[in-house]
Write a new protein. Structure first.
Lengths: 212, 67, 442
């Protein structure tokens, strides 16, 4: 294969990785909000989130390997994990490396999830929100591809989708009744017992996530 | 060695995946929370049980040995 | 009944001479001061002498085993087994004296801490020595005068060089669940007083991961007395199977009552003076306890041997006799509503089920219940039992079921839109308000 072929492969798999990661992030938020995809059972939503993330590993791996093997940019193998160690486009590639490190943490902890304490797994998984802006900035900065034409439109569409999902997640978090308020919220219609007529509406039970 | 399902009621927020994967051992109450069978998980269903434990979005489901 | 049951009513407080040296108080009171005056350190040393340290870990445990002391916080678990369990754990233990009686109808722990703080504080040091602990805490409700008094007592002991380990005072929010041992552990760590999921149990991994001994303050006071006067003295009152005395919080049908020290095995009718002040039902064990019919109350004694077979328990000694002119359903609905509001709100079944149960019972109390009410209550009771991280739903269901049984006649009347009560004046103490802010839990 010629150098150019590797370079094109790296750029292509880079775009695909970005789109896949965006899908994985949106699915992750969907799982967290107990959402469903039409026609699919809940375990399929989780399964899709997991399987797409593994697919992302494959494309991301190819993206990295082809970029290094290409040779033109002289990116050292070390740059795969050590940020800002590449001579070529040190900053933008460096961001990519940071994203890889974060993503690796997400994947490894998730593969070992039944062996880790839930709080540990959850804490690391929050890094997903950190890695997303890093990935987007790396993508826009490391390659001119995404800055024009249909690729720019595609990138903006996926960014819009992810930001909407995050916005929905944040709004839901604010709307959620905090734990101490959950039970009294159920009682907002019930007054103290009086011997005269009192109004008690049927209390609508809901999940612990948010009591509306 | 018997394996039984247990749920951490504090972590559980009623996603309901476990009941989809293992309806033979897990049902959902009228609020969406899991009702677990007291019986040990039959050997044939153990892989499914392990999958349910792994897939729980909040890691609330557990498989415990013995008792 | 086996063995001697000392007659509490004929015990003359003035004649219960408290001796110094090696002879314990003959008869009652034991825990509370004979003259009813709170004891400062000087009085305590005069009556009981200095803290009888054993000089090493585990040495006290056999004495406690011979005495047959069980926990006075409600569970009646054999104290020597708890001490052994904690002492056996790897890692340095922590001891916490639990004086946060979240039960509104109970005031025995506050009374004990006010009147005989040094017995409790002795017990803390002795228990710490027995399990090899290096950190000790005392957990009490945030009542300013009591806290100040305890701080003074601790300062007195520090001056006298009595305490080998410094005691940290930790205050608890006024929550029903604040005294639950895992909620206690969370609060002592500095967090909110919310129950944890167990296992691991608190004796294995409690405060900051250390093996933690949680003991009710009355148990600690008993331990302090036994370590001075011995098992035989302890067993001089009570029954063979359930020896010793205990503190009870009694509410008579005429509204009177208070905290009384009584031997285990005392007839309930005598404790509640049912002959003088007849009751339509008797609540045993507080708001997680059970209602007894007058027939049961007239026949049974304050002992788990009598109470467990009918689904009740001695618990923390809370007894209340409901007068005939009140409505048992209205009182019970108030209690269940309170219990629902006191849910930690961490577990789905409890969070959802208890308000529904309470709401239905309130509707029944107000003659507005749907025909499905009985079935609904039964179904929800089964759905919340044993499905929480702690025993709050279990206790609430026990109380509910006993109310529906003891007041079955009243239930039928209410379903028909009537009520036999003469007065709706609240009888059982229910704190006002609802704890809907996180500050209410820390």
């Amino acid at each position: 294969m010629t150098g150019t072929a590797f370079w094109y492969a790296s750029r292509a798999t880079g775009v695909i990785s970005l789109i896949l990661f965006s899908l994985v992030a949106i699915l992750g938020i969907l799982v967290n909000r107990q959402g469903r995809l039409p026609g699919l059972p809940r375990f399929a939503v989780t399964g899709l989130h997991r399987n797409l993330s593994l697919l992302t590993v494959a494309f991301l791996g190819t993206h990295i390997v082809t970029a290094i093997v290409d040779g033109y940019a002289h990116i050292p193998w070390m740059s795969t994990v050590v940020p800002f160690s590449s001579g070529y486009e040190r900053f933008w590639i460096g961001l990519g490396t940071v994203a890889v490190d974060l993503f690796a943490a997400l994947i490894v902890t998730s593969l070992l999830r039944d062996r880790l304490k839930p709080s540990v797994w959850r804490a690391v998984h929050w890094l997903a929100y950190v890695s997303y802006p890093v990935i987007v900035v790396h993508s826009l900065g490391a390659s001119k591809d995404l800055r024009s034409g249909w690729l720019l439109a595609l990138t903006m569409a996926t960014v819009f989708a992810v930001i909407s999902a995050i916005g929905y997640r944040v709004l839901d978090a604010f709307a959620a009744v905090p734990r101490p308020g959950r039970v009294p919220e159920q009682f907002q219609q019930t007054d103290q017992i009086r011997t005269d007529r009192i109004r008690t509406d049927r209390i609508r039970a809901d999940r612990t996530g948010s009591v509306r | 060695m018997d394996e039984r399902l247990r749920v951490n009621a504090i972590l559980c927020s009623g996603h309901g995946l476990c009941a989809e994967l293992l309806p033979e051992q897990i049902d959902l109450d009228e609020w969406g929370y899991p009702l677990l069978s007291d019986e040990p998980v039959p050997k044939k269903l153990r892989p499914l049980a392990r999958r349910a434990v792994n897939d729980c979005p909040v890691l609330a489901l557990m498989l415990v040995r013995g008792r | 009944m086996t063995a001697a049951i000392q007659d509490a009513a004929t015990r003359d407080a003035a004649s219960a001479r408290s001796d110094t040296g090696n002879q314990g108080p003959s008869g009652l009171p034991r825990l509370l001061p004979a003259d009813g005056q709170p004891m400062d350190l000087a009085a305590h040393l005069r009556v009981h002498g200095p803290t009888p340290y054993r000089g090493g870990a585990r040495m006290l445990i056999h004495t406690i085993e011979s005495a047959g002391l069980t926990g006075r916080g409600g569970a009646a678990f054999p104290t020597h087994r708890k001490l052994t369990a904690v002492a056996d754990q790897k890692g340095t233990a922590v001891v916490v004296g639990n004086g946060a009686e979240g039960e509104p109808a109970s005031s025995k722990d506050q009374t004990l801490l006010w009147s005989s703080p040094h017995l409790v504080l002795d017990g803390l040091q002795l228990a710490a020595e027995a399990v090899g602990a290096r950190k000790v805490h005392l957990y009490v409700h945030r009542e300013p005068r009591l806290v100040r008094r305890l701080e003074l007592a601790l300062a007195e002991r520090a001056t006298a060089g009595l305490d080998r380990i410094k005691v940290g005072l930790v205050t608890a929010p006024a929550r029903f669940l604040a005294g639950e041992e895992s909620a206690l552990a969370n609060r002592v760590e500095g967090g909110a007083a919310l129950p944890r999921f167990t296992p691991p149990r608190i004796f294995e991994r409690g405060v900051n991961g250390a093996p933690t001994l949680v003991q009710n303050v009355e148990t600690l006071a008993q331990l302090a007395l036994i370590s001075r006067y011995g098992p035989a003295w302890f067993r001089a009152v009570g029954t063979e199977a359930e020896p010793g005395s205990m503190l009870t919080t009694v509410r008579l049908a005429n509204g009177g009552g208070g905290v009384a020290e009584t031997p285990l095995g005392t007839p309930l009718a005598r404790l509640l003076r049912l002959a003088e002040y007849p009751a339509q039902a008797v609540l045993v064990g507080g708001y997680h306890g059970a209602w007894l019919t007058p027939e049961q109350a007239s026949r049974l004694t304050l002992s788990n041997a009598d109470l467990r077979p009918i689904g009740a328990a001695v618990g923390a000694g809370v007894l209340a006799a409901l007068p005939a002119d009140r409505c048992g359903i209205v009182e019970s609905a108030r209690v269940v509503r309170y219990l629902a509001l006191e849910s930690a709100g961490q577990c789905g079944p409890c969070l959802n089920g208890l308000p529904l149960i309470a709401d239905t019972l309130v509707q029944l109390a107000n003659h507005r219940s749907a025909p499905s009410a009985r079935g609904d209550l039964q179904r929800w009771s089964k759905l919340v039992e044993r499905r929480g991280a702690c025993h709050h739903p279990d206790g609430t269901v026990r109380f509910l079921r006993s109310a529906l049984t003891a007041f079955a006649g009243e239930v039928a009347l209410h379903e028909a839109g009537r009520c036999s009560a003469g007065s709706y004046e609240p009888f059982l103490p229910i704190p006002a308000g609802s704890p809907d802010h996180k500050d209410d839990w820390s």
